[in-house]
Write a protein that binds this ligand. Structure first.
Ligand code: ADP
Ligand code: ZN
Ligand code: ZN
Length: 671
């Protein structure tokens, strides 16, 4: 360029489902005051949008370039490290950077220049923070030693400890150590509402130095917390997966509790896995990552076996409590005996024993509602959702049918709408039905139910968990909500009503999930000084995920599962990307998927396997038809390259502009 005044341009990320950046000119009056990481207001077609400045440049791009209208921040709201992280997420998960950045800064309000007032005095001295009320046992000491030896550098340490072995206490002390060296900590838990006990232990230990990122924080409070964190007023941030984006200036340790949990994966764009993002963040800022779990995910344990992650085990429960005895009940035997109920004799006997001793009971079933489908016995029609290709679940209390995918409800018809017969029969079990039966069988027991339906009612979950821990409830029935983390010392019996549900979920991860879930549920029994008992009812007692869970044998399970993964070319031996095509027009959708497939075939080499395109497990949700195509490859780089090339080519065909194409990298669910 030869003109006297050199223009400066900014690449801006806009909150649009488009992968590319947009270039704007910086007007003279804003020269020198705009830097990467700030938000700006820009014109876009016929409206104004807020975008993030990613970089500045002097060369003028082609075409007509518009001016930035104004800047919204006086200093960057995203620092260099976090910008790098956003770019990594965007390229790894194939998500537009503008949509990715939404998660890094709370939406409302402007960011004023942070005051240079001294940081407020912390209400506890650092010595107090580090002081623990406990004397660690040998295993804990060894574990903490390894963590301390590896601090101040990037690395991943897996703490593989059975439930109740004192992992949380180790996190608390390791964090105390990091804080006293002047850095900060992030703690991630699968779900805030499900881990009240863990949260309160962190609050007790760290007092005002902690910020808890609830999903229920209002926008104002959220912004306030975000500022406190960014200004370095907070030493520990605890939250669910989005805590990984907390703008701490200098994180030294990131703890991911229950690293195997599927809630760490976000099921909307960007479809990131918080554990993997945390590891990248730690890499960029030279921090240590602790992955805590009783049942490491297959990927994590594989990384241990190759030496990529360090590994510590905790095999003893604190105090004298021992792992519960587990008994499998073969439900096929019950049927043979003529017992068609959901409860075996063994389970009923044990419930009676526990009730007599005034001990508590947890009954677990991984399905909510009363029945899973309603079928006409005359014509065989199942009542399905109007919008989705899914059978409706019946809820007794509401006397309504509900769709678990789109949420719509319907009155239970009195006759079959297809043939008019009255023989409508409820099939399958749900927690509501179990509750109904249990209340009838044990009329004197105090019974409560906790599942997703209940937890949606404000305060109900807290109330029920509280009542249960205060012994005001004898029998608690629930879904996986009650399976995790909770510590109820008086629970001596856990019954798994139907272990086959998770096992038969259509996913290559179903055995792994089942093993994890059974181990978790079993971990709720016998946490106090009374021994616990677990009864697992199943129709597949010989399945390795059930047998190994019964023997508390993680390694045995891993060795069997990893063989199957290798043989079928599943992760960790391959990388998977699931492509989802969504459209209201079934024909266009199918055509689009086929076209995509054709282009992809041309760009890929032999090492990539393609499954589909085919209708997804649930072919229609909310009137949108779903087609999926699964890509499995040995090389992630190659897989990404081919996919991007295909996508580029595919987009040129305007015929398919109405078709939504979603990429799910490292999918957990392939529905
Ligand atoms: P995990 O996280 O592995 O399930 P926790 O850290 O929750 O285990 O420990 C289980 C229980 O034992 C908690 O109530 C905790 O306060 C207590 N605890 C942990 N470490 C010790 C210790 N060294 N001495 C006494 N009690 C401990
Ligand atoms: Zn009918
Ligand atoms: Zn529906």
């Amino acid at each position: 360029m030869n003109s006297d005044i050199k223009d400066i341009f900014a690449d801006v990320a806009l909150p649009l489902p488009i992968a590319s950046l947009f270039t704007y000119r910086i007007p003279e009056e804003l020269y020198g005051s705009i830097v990467p990481g700030m938000r700006v207001l820009v014109p876009f077609t016929n409206r104004f949008l807020t975008g993030f400045v990613l970089n500045l440049k002097e060369e003028k791009p082609e075409g007509r370039i518009k001016d930035i209208i104004s800047r919204l921040d006086e200093e960057p709201v995203i620092d260099e490290g976090l910008l790098k992280l956003a770019e990594w997420i965007s390229s790894y998960y194939l998500s537009p950077i503008g949509l990715t950045l939404r998660y890094f800064v709370p939406p409302a309000g402007k960011n004023k220049k942070s005051s240079t007032v001294n940081k407020p005095p912390v209400n506890k001295t650092l010595c107090e923070i580090i002081k623990s009320p406990f004397i660690l046992n040998d295993e804990q000491i060894k574990c903490l030693d390894v963590i301390c030896q590896n601090k101040n550098n990037f690395g991943v340490i897996v703490v593989h400890g059975i439930t109740g072995s004192g992992k949380t206490e180790i996190y608390l002390q390791a964090i105390g150590d990091v804080i006293s060296s002047g850095k900060e900590a992030i703690v991630m838990v699968p779900e805030i509402a499900l881990t009240p006990q863990t949260i309160s232990r962190f609050k007790e230990r760290f007092g005002d130095n902690i910020a808890v990122l609830h999903s229920r924080l209002g926008p104002k409070k959220r912004l306030e917390e975000w500022r406190r964190i960014k200004n370095g007023e907070v030493k520990v941030v605890i939250g669910a997966r989005s805590a990984v984006f907390a703008p701490l200036p200098n994180p030294g340790i990131i703890v991911i509790d229950e690293e195997h949990e599927s809630t760490y994966k976000q099921e909307e764009t960007p479809r990131y896995h918080a554990r993997d993002v945390a590891i990248m963040r730690a890499k960029f800022c030279n921090a240590l990552v602790i992955l805590g779990t009783a049942t490491p995910s297959l990927e994590t344990y594989y990384n241990i076996s190759t030496g990529k992650y360090k590994y510590i085990t905790l095999n003893k429960r604190i105090e004298k409590s021992v792992l519960p005895e587990i008994e499998i009940v073969d439900m096929r035997g019950e049927v043979a005996k003529g017992n068609l109920d959901a409860f075996s004799e063994t389970l009923i006997n044990n419930i009676n024993i526990s009730l007599k001793r005034k001990e508590q009971i947890i009954l677990f079933l991984n399905r909510r509602g009363f029945s899973s489908f309603v079928l006409c016995r005359k014509c065989g029609q199942v009542i399905k959702c109007r919008n989705c290709e899914v059978s409706l679940t019946y809820y007794l209390a509401k006397h309504r049918l509900q769709c678990h995918y789109c949420g719509c409800t319907e009155k239970l018809p009195s006759v079959c709408f297809s043939c008019g017969s009255e023989f409508l029969h409820h099939f399958g079990l749900g927690t509501e039905r179990i509750e109904d039966h249990i209340k009838k069988m044990f009329p004197d027991a105090r019974v409560a139910r906790l599942d997703m339906e209940i937890s949606r009612q404000k305060g109900e979950m807290e109330r029920i968990l509280n009542d249960f821990s205060e012994n005001k409830i004898d029998i608690l029935i629930g879904t996986q909500i009650i399976a995790k983390g909770h510590d109820f010392p008086n629970v001596t019996l856990v019954g798994v009503i139907f272990a086959d549900i998770t096992l038969n979920f259509p996913s290559f991860r179903s055995s792994e999930r089942n093993f994890q879930l059974l181990t978790q549920v079993a971990g709720r029994a016998g946490r106090g000084d009374k021994p616990g008992k677990v009864i697992i009812q199943t129709h597949q007692p010989e399945h390795y995920s059930i047998k190994r869970a019964c023997n508390h044998d993680y390694t045995g399970f891993y060795n069997e599962e990893i063989k199957y993964r290798r043989a079928l070319f599943y992760p960790p031996f391959s990388f998977i990307i699931n492509i989802l095509f969504k459209n209201k027009n079934e024909k266009i959708n199918l055509e689009a998927a086929r076209r995509f497939f054709e282009i992809f075939q041309l760009s890929k080499n032999k090492s990539i396997q393609v499954v589909g395109p085919a209708p997804a497990v649930i072919p229609k949700i909310n009137n949108f038809f779903h087609i999926q195509m699964i890509l499995k490859g040995q090389s992630r780089v190659h897989l990404h390259e081919c996919l991007l090339k295909t996508w580029h080519e595919f987009k040129k065909d305007k015929k398919f502009s109405s078709v939504k194409v979603l990429f799910d990298v490292d999918p957990l669910n392939m529905v």
